[in-house]
Design a binder for this molecule. Structure first.
Ligand code: T46
Length: 135
């Protein structure tokens, strides 16, 4: 599985840093929705789903968390801890997020509105669909 990190340009000076997010520029899709996770309790694991079509970019604005990404063939675990780094999550990737630091604020940009019917929340259903898409 190819993991795509997006290095976001940091405009820094003696006052601090600024990062700008622009659709179809450093974010590779039209941005329809933005949400963020914060105050995640210790030991919590979230996600446990894939999206049929949704694409997202996740950025840890503060603190850190880990992602498990699984395309049905391979699982990759990675740390998000840099507000100038976006993680592109394509459709049909199972994701779990865990090890949230107390202060973690995880921002997510998406290419579509919230739609529960786009979620695959059964791992078995996900692997069946992923395997038939690959073969
Ligand atoms: C994802 C990972 C990274 C809404 O009403 N609107 C929204 O835009 C979202 C994202 C969620 N919700 C509601 C649905 C649930 O009642 O908020 C509640 C928590 O959502 P969920 O359990 O899906 O949260 P996570 O952390 O498991 O997953 C979220 C996103 O849903 C998902 O798309 O990829 O973050």
């Amino acid at each position: 599985m190819q993991i795509k990190f997006i290095q976001l340009q940091k405009h820094g000076d003696e006052r601090g840093s600024l990062v700008s997010l622009e659709e179809q520029k450093n974010i590779p899709f039209p941005i329809k929705r933005v949400y963020y996770l914060f105050g995640t309790k210790e030991g919590v694991r979230r996600g446990f789903h894939a999206h049929k079509t949704l694409k997202q970019v996740a950025i840890s604005l503060r603190g850190s968390c880990r992602f498990l990404l699984d395309d049905g063939k391979e699982k990759i675990e990675l740390l998000l801890d840099n507000p100038a780094q976006g993680l592109l999550i394509e459709s049909m990737i199972w994701r779990e997020m865990y090890d949230f630091s107390d202060d973690c604020v995880l921002l997510v940009l998406t290419d579509d509105y919230y739609d529960e019917s786009d979620y695959i929340r059964s791992y078995e259903e996900f692997t069946n669909q992923a395997v038939s898409a690959i073969s």
